[in-house]
Design a protein. Structure first.
Length: 328
């Protein structure tokens, strides 16, 4: 009885405190504004209403120097496979990296790809590009690092660091900042492309752009479908984590998107909206599926490797133009 009461009390605590309790007592937090549906469109103003904070564990912030990050910071605990999931993902030991290059001073580009063992296990030739945009108060070492093993099973992962900092501290977790939503999306788009170009210069035959996957966490996930609309056909696959982004079949078709995976925390505020979006897209004949992170809210679940393994596998299994996009 006492255990049940504690669970009920924990679920009633605001998201930031739950995240603090679940992650560690040293988590850094800042207030995030969640874009409204109208603010996602180009030309919309940046939102001003405070929303749920995003939290970044201080231990996961990218190190300021060195080419290779501590691989232990990216290790996650995988849950046993169930009948509803694919085979348990391979160990992150197949990862070459994580590595970093500088996009700008104190703004590392986090990237990883399969090592020789990983390449033998499935990757051949040029790898598929997987780009990721983190949210507010969340460094790439957390936003990408917690599922880097699943990422390199599917391709070459590239995650830029945002142009701002969370809170007043100059060493706070990274964020993305701009005067308006349209300017912010354009900046994130440009930074992602600049990061891809820098990594490509170092690894000229490392990855290919066709069939690329664009993933995002929170604010990064709100921006991802807008970026896809800016470049029709460039990002045919979307994986949106913890963001109830407005998705319309007509816009996805114009963007050249073939499939969408939605990821939400079981206890979070985004899951109901994402579930509704999944229902609407599927009813219209568009490939979409919701993947739930168990026993968490806005933070990643302990089995994030498995969740992202399944989310990536779903979108990549859809290689044909969706039926609604074939209509005149």
């Amino acid at each position: 009885m006492r255990r049940l009461s504690l669970q009920r009390i924990a679920r009633s605590i605001p998201g930031i405190l739950v995240g603090t309790i679940l992650a560690s007592s040293s988590l850094l937090a800042c207030t995030r504004t969640t874009p409204s549906d109208t603010a996602h469109e180009p030309g919309g103003n940046a939102p001003s209403t405070p929303g749920r904070p995003e939290i970044q564990p201080s231990a996961s912030v990218l190190r300021p120097s060195g080419d290779t990050l501590d691989p232990l910071s990216t290790t996650t605990k995988a849950a046993p496979p169930t009948s509803s999931t694919r085979e348990r993902p391979r160990s992150p030991s197949i990862v070459d990296g994580p590595h970093q290059l500088l996009l700008a001073p104190e703004r590392p580009i986090y990237f990883a790809f399969p090592n020789a063992a990983g390449a033998e296990a499935g990757a051949s030739g040029h790898l598929r590009l997987i780009g990721h945009l983190h949210g507010m108060c969340g460094a790439p070492s957390y936003a990408c690092g917690k599922w880097v093993g699943a990422a390199v099973e599917s391709g070459f992962l590239i995650c830029p660091t945002g142009n701002g900092r969370c809170g007043d501290s100059p060493v706070g977790p990274p964020s993305w900042e701009a005067p308006s939503w349209s300017e912010l999306v354009a900046l994130m788009d440009a930074d992602l492309e600049a990061s891809i170009a820098k990594v490509a210069a170092k690894y000229p035959s490392g990855f290919r752009r066709d069939g690329a996957v664009l993933t995002g966490y929170s604010r990064g996930a709100f921006a991802a479908p807008v970026i896809a609309r800016r470049h029709p056909g460039r990002w045919p696959y979307l994986v949106l984590i913890e963001a109830n982004a407005p998705l319309k079949v007509a816009e996805l078709c114009k963007s050249g998107v073939l499939a969408v995976s939605l990821v939400a925390g079981e206890w979070g505020t985004e899951i109901e909206g994402e579930r509704k979006t999944e229902t609407e897209l599927v009813a219209a004949g568009f490939p979409a599926r919701l993947f739930v992170m168990p026993k968490t809210g806005h933070l990643y679940s302990d089995d994030m490797e498995r969740v992202m393994h399944d989310a990536l596998a779903f979108v990549l299994a859809n290689t044909k133009t969706p039926p609604p996009c074939e209509r005149p």
